[in-house]
Design a protein around this ligand. Structure first.
Ligand code: ATP
Length: 327
């Protein structure tokens, strides 16, 4: 087998904390194995334009603690076309790049699989999204940091909630997945957690809030996942409760993009370092179309096709714990 001499790395789709730590890890692993490393700016957009930079072990000094991505990220409509992908391949060939590490979400991985089918180009994926909605890993890069950010914000909201005897609805990110809501909700001691995976109905929420008041709680926090399937957005939920439970003074807080930024947690930095090394080692081993991930604290790999197709399931034990905690 011919040894790979040049590997490229890119970040694609939405950014997440830990992407820089993963870039650093890929670059340093390449340096360790004496392989050249090229950074591709702005994901597939930069690949189509040939917007590349040579990265050495020293190019990635002092980025392990930085949020966002030094390579920038983008979404590329052109990469969805055959012509766009042909341009991308030409730039890789011209620059003698023989393999690529794609740090991104399931959209980026879908693009990677299609590109590999067309050009047999070796690719390894690193799951980078705060939503944690990717099959084949218990943790995606950025999830842990986003959780900590959300918990810290909810703690602050609780100070106001308890000073004024208020009920706060706090919307957290996660798209169609309730991982951030469930974990941050349990971590911040929320009274109710509304997630897309478990629609228990609005009556249950009213009952639970009534019970909270009866049993002496003067303030409450309800964490709502942005993809919640109750049929009402967070503002409508607040109105609904105010109409039905007049004893409550209700407020809404949408945490929004602050959850995507900030310095990555230690967990995300360590995870990024492990996944980056593994991705380079897999490519040097002649492997392709795999996504690296974490399971039982071991670094594992799953076929990218499976990672895209596989559903995500919420932790039932954690749901049960959250239920018991509302007693
Ligand atoms: P996030 O989870 O943060 O949204 P993502 O990787 O899922 O990240 P997407 O915007 O879905 O983000 O995908 C990123 C890019 O991947 C797209 O802009 C596009 O260039 C490429 N891509 C997605 N789907 C396809 C596809 N079917 N064919 C070719 N390229 C695709």
């Amino acid at each position: 087998m011919k040894k790979i001499k040049k590997i490229a790395v890119m970040t694609s789709g939405g950014d997440s904390p830990g992407m820089n730590a993963a870039i650093r890890s890929v670059v340093r692993a390449c340096a360790y194995y004496r392989v050249s490393c090229i950074g591709i700016y702005r994901g597939y957009e930069g690949l189509i334009e040939g917007d590349f930079i040579e990265l050495t072990a020293r190019s990635v000094n002092n980025i392990i603690n930085k949020g966002g991505t030094i390579l920038k990220s983008a979404r590329s409509e052109e990469f969805r076309t055959k012509e766009g992908r042909a341009k991308a391949y030409e730039h890789l060939k011209e620059n003698e790049i023989e393999a690529m590490v794609v740090i991104g979400g399931d959209g980026s991985f879908t693009g990677a699989v299609i590109f590999n089918e067309e050009y047999k180009f070796p690719i390894i994926g690193i799951p980078g999204t705060i939503d944690n909605d990717i099959f084949g890993t218990t943790h995606t890069l950025g999830f842990d940091t986003a959780l900590n950010t959300a918990v810290e914000a909810i703690d602050k909201i609780r100070d106001t909630a308890s000073s004024h005897n208020r009920l706060f609805f706090v919307e957290v990110m996660g798209r169609d997945a309730g991982f951030i809501a469930l974990n941050a909700g349990v971590g911040a001691g929320a009274e109710e957690i509304l997630i897309p995976e478990e629609d228990l109905g609005l009556d249950r929420m009213l009952e639970s809030l009534k019970k909270s008041r009866r049993t002496g709680k003067s303030s409450s926090i309800v964490v709502v996942a942005e993809g919640d399937k109750s049929g009402k957005n967070v503002y409508q939920l607040a109105e609904y409760v105010e109409e039905n439970l007049q004893e409550y003074d209700v407020r809404v807080s949408v945490l929004g993009h602050m959850q995507r930024g900030g310095s990555p947690s230690c967990f995300d930095r360590v995870l990024a370092s492990r996944l980056g090394v593994k991705s380079v080692e897999l490519l040097l081993d002649g492997k392709t179309n795999l996504m690296v991930g974490l399971k039982n604290n071991e670094v594992i790999s799953t076929s990218i096709a499976e990672a895209i197709k596989g559903g995500h399931s919420i932790n039932q034990e954690l749901l049960r714990v959250s239920d018991i905690m509302t007693t």
